[in-house]
Design a protein around this ligand. Structure first.
Ligand code: SF4
Length: 361
């Protein structure tokens, strides 16, 4: 289909959850998608300058991406208000009020496409949301809109299928947008593996996450994330932690953590949360307590625009060093269980030795 109309989509926040669907949907309507550029120092600093300093980093970054699209000359920018994704399951107030935040802080000339999706309200479901969006392009025929939605669903399902099967998120997204599905032939085995728990926008934005996935790979640490889990597995994870689903993104945080803490093949849990995020602070507190009960090594990294890469990496290195030593010692203990001699390459705390002995009883 010839694409004359254009829509700008900020490469931030819910982009990391819904972009495969949005891409397929707008493509199905014959609308060309213009993405903002990847996050840079400039995106962060310009976005941060617009909002109050207590605002979480992802919102600051989002504002920076809107500026980037305006700079590119994009006239219509998609800033949806995703209120609730299921009855009584809500997004945080900042995501819900995103169009209002942007309207108040960016006084520039552009048309904001701010359709509302709210599964807790009548007449705010998916088709109402898509109809409201398409109306900005004078597309009102529900047959065309539904067909485009099916196209979006197909791209989204393909992406999910690949990530569930272990294809890294970035690769899966790339392939799904090309309407391709390639499944991995075999999974690499790592000496140590961790679960990395964070919102997609904090994990897959390489500037925000400071390339933590690449860093862990270079340390030979395997990584599991929420995208490899089904919704059912994450719902069970929430129950394991003793929590209830309330926040829309609780599945990828509490749910994924609850699931992975109980997975004996994983050696530790790393969480990343944005400084100033209310929902995260509650969820991560519960995860930390559950990890402690289950004796799973746990590291939380809090991020804001001031976070320095050096300190961030040092903490990851120290944590993975501890996991490697712990794993090695555990292996030695299994081999030497009958005699009490424990050998290590370096100093190791009596707490860890006691914990390992307990875990082997
Ligand atoms: S969930 Fe937290 S980090 Fe994400 S937008 Fe809301 S307040 Fe910010």
């Amino acid at each position: 289909m010839k694409q004359t109309a254009e829509i700008g989509i900020p490469r931030a926040l819910l982009f990391y959850t819904y972009y495969p669907f949005w891409h397929g949907f707008f493509d199905g309507l014959g609308i060309k998608v213009i993405l903002s550029d990847k996050t840079t120092k400039k995106t962060m600093s310009e976005g941060s300058a617009l909002v109050v300093s207590e605002t979480c980093l992802p919102i600051k970054v989002y504002a920076g991406h809107i500026l980037n699209l305006i700079e590119k000359g994009v006239k219509k920018i998609f800033v949806p208000s995703i209120q609730s994704i299921a009855p009584k399951i809500y997004n945080c107030s900042k995501i819900r009020g995103l169009p209002d935040i942007i309207r108040n802080v960016i006084k520039k000339d552009f048309e904001m496409i701010e359709a509302t999706y709210d599964k807790s309200e009548k007449h705010k479901g998916l088709y109402d949301f898509l109809k409201e969006t398409a109306a900005h392009f004078d597309i009102n025929d529900m047959n065309i809109i539904k067909k485009a939605a099916r196209n979006g669903q197909k791209v989204s399902n393909n992406c999910k299928l690949m990530t569930n099967m272990g294809v890294p998120y970035k690769k899966a997204l790339e392939l799904a947008l090309e309407n391709k599905v390639i499944l991995p032939s075999e999974e690499k085995v790592y000496p140590v593996s961790v679960a990395l728990i964070a919102h997609g926008y904090n994990l897959y934005d390489e500037r925000i996450s400071m390339r933590i996935l690449d860093k862990l790979e270079s340390m030979n640490v395997g990584v599991k994330t929420a995208v490899q889990l089904s919704e059912e597995q994450m719902k069970e994870g929430i129950i394991s932690v003793g929590s209830k689903l309330y926040w829309a993104n609780e599945l990828e945080i509490t749910g994924a953590a609850g699931h992975y803490i109980l997975n004996n093949n994983l050696d530790g849990i790393i969480t990343i949360n944005a400084f100033g995020c209310g929902p995260d602070s509650l969820m991560i507190e519960r995860i930390a307590r559950f990890a402690k009960i289950k004796k799973k090594p746990f590291l939380n990294l809090s991020i804001d625009e001031q976070t320095g890469e050096a300190g961030f990496i040092t903490r990851i290195e120290a944590f993975s060093d501890m996991l490697f030593r712990k794993k090695k010692l555990k292996t030695q203990l299994i081999l030497q269980k009958e005699n009490s001699v424990i050998q290590t390459d370096g100093p190791i705390s009596s707490d860890i030795i006691a914990e390992l002995n307990n875990s082997l009883k």
